[in-house]
Design a protein around this ligand. Structure first.
Ligand SMILES: *[C@@H]1O[C@H](CO)[C@@H](O)[C@H](O)[C@H]1NC(C)=O
Length: 131
């Protein structure tokens, strides 16, 4: 199954309840071919920088180097910018816990408040981490 999913989202950041309701803008981020990048997305507010981030799951992403698996999936953290390729891969799982074809990032969720927890899941397990 080869699918190319891009995260095309309309994200409302900031004062969306003010007089101008039309403050949304399209946000386009690209991931690896066949990685199913964008299958899951969540908006998260980072505590240290007090900025919004987009968490993007790519459950068919290749494994990182030095991991004893070829394809693990991954979760990316994407700043809210118009750069399509500024996402960085998050280190959510210890390398020794990564197994072949685990579909990491099949779903992602944010607790919502700044510095809240980030939840991601695989085919077998869920992982919660404070960001
Ligand atoms: C990774 O791919 C190689 C080549 O296809 C294969 O021989 C190896 O068994 C795979 N590794 C895992 C952990 O599945």
């Amino acid at each position: 199954m080869v699918m190319d999913v891009h995260a095309l989202l309309s994200v409302c950041v900031g004062v969306c309840v003010a007089s101008n309701l039309d403050t949304s803008f399209p946000l386009l981020k690209k991931g690896g071919d066949g990685s199913l990048f964008g299958l899951s997305v969540a908006l998260h507010r980072h505590l240290r920088t007090d900025s919004y981030l987009l968490l993007v799951g790519a459950p068919r992403e290749k494994a990182e180097p030095n991991v004893p698996a070829n394809r693990t999936g991954g979760v990316y953290s994407c700043p809210i910018t118009d750069d399509q390729s500024d996402c960085s891969r998050m280190k959510l799982v210890d390398p020794e816990d990564l197994v072949e074809d685990m579909w990491l990032g099949v779903s992602v969720a944010s607790q919502g408040q700044p510095g809240g927890r980030v939840l991601t899941s695989t085919k077998m397990a869920s992982k919660v981490r404070q960001e």
